[in-house]
Design a protein around this ligand. Structure first.
Ligand SMILES: [Zn+2]
Length: 325
């Protein structure tokens, strides 16, 4: 059996001690919730609590809090966000969505040392899986750290920039704002570059402006928030764009892109240079993805992805890595 948080081998299907500490204040929380997934006969219970949660695309999100060692649905002051299997007929392999997100987040944090929101897989009473993540903007006393995503920071809203406001601008624009607002910006920029590369290697084509945030830490300084919403979106939307935003202006007119029709090593090197990262550092980051490829396969093996989803995850990874070499 593997831990439903970190995949470590344990005696039975639950959360290991270390994951319990990270997620549930050390409490032994059951990996099975006491109620079924949202469906016709219980949706009113969910709806009652989901008023304050936004629906982004087709993904419903529910707010939970820990009471004793039980997770309870709540409307306000939630400590956790739970994402069930999205219901969308036009998307593929949706049953795998919770584990896709969990696996991708664990690979980011454990293999590539990217700071992420704590997360795990959890099951409804009827056995269907959901993804659960602990909110990093909520302090122990219930108050919140100030957090702003890059749609907010750049004043882009549906009203001012139309329906696709989250998909405007470039990653270089976000990089410039990190330099402007984050005091420890050299490290933040390197981490940001690594996340953009990670999203490319793992085919996360939905890393838009709202999926990056700045958060004010306990020393009242702004820093890049832990990563969230990382998943291999291509598994569910095979025809999607490779990246949600361009790397930098006119990158599609670069020699490499014009020749191959997609980004390659050269584009990421150019992106790193424009971010102001020194050569020895960006080469180390790029090469890390090539060197750790086999470790990633071990994680895919340990995951609960269906065979079809695991194969797609692997094939897409291989083709992206090839573009970086
Ligand atoms: Zn664990």
């Amino acid at each position: 059996m593997n831990c439903l948080g970190c995949y470590k081998k344990i005696e039975k299907t639950e959360y290991c001690l270390s994951c319990r500490k990270k997620l549930f204040d050390g409490k032994r929380v059951s990996p099975v919730l006491e109620f079924d997934k949202p469906k016709a006969d219980n949706i009113s219970m969910y709806n009652e609590y989901s008023k304050s949660m936004s629906i982004s695309g087709v993904q419903l999100k529910y707010s939970f809090r820990l009471v004793g060692n039980k997770l309870e649905l709540c409307e306000k002051n939630g400590q956790y966000i739970l994402k069930p299997i999205p219901t969308a007929d036009h998307l593929e392999l949706m049953e795998d969505a919770p584990e896709n997100e969990h696996l991708t987040m664990q690979i980011a944090s454990q293999i590539f040392n990217i700071k992420t929101a704590n997360n795990a897989l959890i099951y409804f009473k009827d056995g269907t899986p959901a993804y659960i993540t602990k909110r990093f903007d909520v302090k122990k006393d219930g108050t919140k750290f100030l957090q702003e995503d890059f749609a907010q920071i750049t004043n882009r809203t549906q009203e001012t920039h139309g329906e696709s406001y989250k998909y405007e601008g470039s990653y270089l624009e976000i990089g410039a704002l990190i330099k402007k607002y984050v005091p420890a910006s050299i490290i933040a920029i390197e981490n940001f570059f690594k996340i953009i590369l990670f999203n490319y290697v793992f085919s996360n084509g939905d890393a838009h402006l709202k999926n990056f945030s700045l958060i004010r830490n306990e020393f009242l300084e702004m820093e890049l928030s832990p990563s969230y919403d990382l998943m291999s979106t291509i598994i569910h939307t095979p025809g999607e764009r490779d990246t949600a935003l361009d790397l930098y202006d006119l990158d599609h007119e670069s020699e490499y892109y014009a020749a191959y029709g997609h980004y390659g090593r050269k584009n990421f090197i150019e992106f790193a240079k424009r971010l102001g990262i020194v050569e020895v550092r960006y080469l180390r980051i790029i090469n890390e993805f090539i060197e750790k490829e086999s470790v990633v396969y071990d994680f895919i093996q340990k995951s609960t992805l269906s065979k079809k989803a695991a194969d797609a995850f692997t094939t897409n990874l291989q083709s992206r890595i090839k573009r970086l070499t």
